[in-house]
Design a protein around this ligand. Structure first.
Ligand code: 5RP
Length: 228
């Protein structure tokens, strides 16, 4: 029987086994993606990794993985990343690690995207986990008010909370701020995502829709594969 940590390691290793010599590989962010990066590093392949955060770049470098920048390598063959929730159709909430913008840029530039997670990440409806919304710092309280208006249109009444660490607002790798929205149930992720994205000052949100081609989910008994 595998516990959560063993499940993360198992999906990380299963994902790393799919990487072939010569590939350009998008490297996700978070503890599950780190399991993948470690397993990938152990394979000592001749690949180029495109990291989605400074933390992942540091980890990959420490393992001897050659790095390239988005747009400076040839097309990314495969991106492997974790998620906070994996819902129906492989719709995802991502961004608890604050890397949602770089992650989405890398995912969208990839020929194929694989999401990996432990069993708890697999949900029937998105929204129990908070939805991160990255905003520019300038005038962010005004942007917050607009976000609240949009959420109210989707019958989400709770105001998003500014993400803080040690009392200070968290800055992303891009120098932006994050508001976390407790949506509870996101029945229609596509219109919500589009409405949030239309707000001036919102840089990105953590809904990853129609992006994952496959999921590897860890369960107590082993790794299962899901498709949209
Ligand atoms: C970071 C992310 C992560 O992939 C997500 O938060 C999952 O992290 P973990 O594997 O540590 O649970 O989206 O921005």
């Amino acid at each position: 029987m595998m516990d959560t940590e063993a499940q993360k390691k198992a999906v990380g290793e299963a994902a790393a086994a799919l990487v072939e010599d010569g590939m350009v590989v998008g490297l996700g962010t978070g503890s599950t993606a780190a399991c993948f990066v470690r397993a990938l590093g152990a394979r000592k392949l001749d690949i180029v990794g495109v990291p989605t955060s400074i933390a992942t770049a540091e980890l990959a470098q420490s393992l001897g993985i050659r790095l390239g920048e988005l747009g400076e390598t040839r097309t990314i063959d495969l991106t492997v990343d974790g998620a906070d929730e994996i819902g129906p159709g492989l719709a995802l909430i991502k961004g608890a690690g604050g890397a949602l913008l770089r992650e989405k840029l890398v995912w969208e530039a990839s020929k194929s995207c694989l999401v990996i997670g432990d069993a708890a990440k697999h949900v029937k409806v998105l929204g129990k986990f908070t939805l991160p919304i990255e905003v520019v710092p300038f005038g962010h309280k005004t942007v917050h008010a607009r976000i609240c208006d949009v959420l109210a249109e989707f019958e989400i009444g709770i105001a998003p909370i500014l993400r803080r660490k040690d009392g200070q607002p968290v800055k992303t790798d891009n120098g932006n701020l994050i508001y976390d929205a407790a949506c509870e149930r996101i029945e229609e992720p596509a219109p919500l995502g589009a409405a949030l994205k239309s707000i001036t000052g919102v840089v990105e949100h953590g809904l990853f829709l129609d992006l994952a081609d496959k999921a590897l989910i860890g369960t107590a008994d082993g790794v299962v594969e899901l498709e949209p």
